[in-house]
Design a protein around this ligand. Structure first.
Ligand code: ZN
Length: 249
């Protein structure tokens, strides 16, 4: 049963036919891990906390730097030097004190992720590092945990989701084989426009909420290319790849 405070707090989404009280209960009982609390993780976490996701696991081992503030909207100027995970947890708890928030002030490595992913229903990959993205893909596939992945460079975003809960591919490695990606830049070496991260990070939160409320998830097995400079949106179906090293699809 939702309390009267919950009915009031979430009234604008409960009144949606796609959500209703049932949808809200699903969100309230869900556990999400957000890996990476930067430009994508900030808006994603803010919307998921506000929407009443029951439990959020916030993973980032970085500290807040002045150069983060142009796009990482969870953080304020006086947070410089502090742990992203700890500050994010404080900010989100202030926005919604009724949910459980677990900050993890550490970088996500494979063995740690393997343990932690058992405790959540869905993972958001908000990292800017391809090696970690492939690790998240592999760990989530093996654990049968759905994942919503995104990245942004410059004005261009990508978004894709995988539901591994039935133990099947495709997966991120079908789309981008690990060995072909050695030279791709990450955010610390390439420029990025802040609102593009806001758009794509918000889309990650949206896709996660749709998944949890049993609504159709448009980004499932489909790569969405979001070009914010022209506002063009392109959707690519995954190739029926063979010999994927992760999922054997
Ligand atoms: Zn695969």
């Amino acid at each position: 049963m939702l309390s009267s405070k919950e009915l009031q707090r979430y009234s604008r989404q409960i009144m949606l036919p796609q959500a209703g009280e049932d949808g809200q209960k699903k969100l309230s009982s869900a556990r999400i891990m957000i890996v990476g609390l930067g430009g994508l993780g900030s808006p994603a976490a803010m919307y998921l906390a506000a929407a009443g996701i029951g439990e959020l696991h916030l993973v980032d081992g970085d500290h807040i730097d002045l150069s983060n503030l142009q796009r990482q909207v969870l953080y304020k100027t006086n947070h410089q030097g502090k742990s992203k995970a700890m500050v994010a947890a404080q900010q989100l708890a202030a926005a919604n004190p009724t949910i459980r928030i677990h900050p993890h002030n550490q970088m996500a490595n494979e063995s740690w992720l393997r343990e932690q992913v058992k405790q959540v229903d869905l993972v958001l990959d908000c990292t800017d590092n391809l090696e970690i993205r492939h690790t998240i893909n592999r760990v989530c596939y093996q654990a049968g945990c759905p994942v919503v992945m995104a990245s942004v460079q410059g004005f261009s975003g990508q978004l894709i989701s995988f539901d591994f809960s039935e133990g099947k591919g495709p997966c991120y490695a079908c789309l981008f084989p690990p060995q072909e990606q050695a030279e791709v830049q990450n955010c610390s070496t390439a420029g990025v426009i802040g609102p593009a991260l806001g758009v794509v990070g918000s889309m990650q939160a949206l896709e996660a909420m749709k998944y949890l409320m049993d609504l159709p998830v448009s980004s499932l097995n489909k790569l969405h290319l979001i070009e914010t400079e022209t506002l063009a949106l392109q959707t690519l179906q995954l190739p029926s790849h063979s010999n994927c090293p992760v999922c054997n699809t």
